[in-house]
Design a protein around this ligand. Structure first.
Ligand code: ZN
Length: 142
């Protein structure tokens, strides 16, 4: 029998092995780097924002499976979102990872798989790196 945790593990490994949205954008773009010193994870996010909307998003990086899978999930989730929607999503994901989310986790799709890290405080920074990096990138866009 597959437990929910095993299912979440599978989703994270799938994103790690076959990252969505990996690569670089051609200019014009916003580039933001993020670093998680406690684990050595690095993320470089490229965003193209037009008319208050994220038209395109790519990431490069290296690090543990959780950090890279989280970035992969991010690129899927924020593609086409308005800046306001992206901000709201960041808050929901940060709450999820800290175990403070209210409402239905399943509405987050694959991102729900990150819920398990709340039991491992050291890994919370791995899971949130891409989202904090996006937050910084959005400041550049505004
Ligand atoms: Zn990590």
């Amino acid at each position: 029998m597959t437990t929910l945790n095993e299912l979440y593990q599978e989703i994270i490994l799938d994103h790690y092995r076959q990252p969505r949205g990996r690569g670089e954008l051609e200019p014009p773009k916003i580039t933001q780097e993020g670093f998680n010193p406690s684990c050595g994870d690095e993320i470089i996010l490229d965003l193209r924002v037009q008319d208050e909307r994220i038209q395109a998003v790519r990431f490069r990086g290296r690090g543990c499976s959780i950090s890279q899978a989280s970035a992969s999930m991010l690129t899927e989730a924020v593609q086409g979102k308005t800046l306001e929607e992206a901000h709201a999503l960041i808050q929901r994901v940060l709450a999820l990872v800290k175990g403070e989310m209210e409402g239905d986790v399943e509405t987050l799709g694959d991102i729900a798989a990150l819920a398990g890290v709340r039991h491992f405080p050291v890994r919370v920074k791995c899971a949130t790196l891409a989202w904090h990096t996006l937050e910084e990138a959005l400041k550049q866009a505004e």
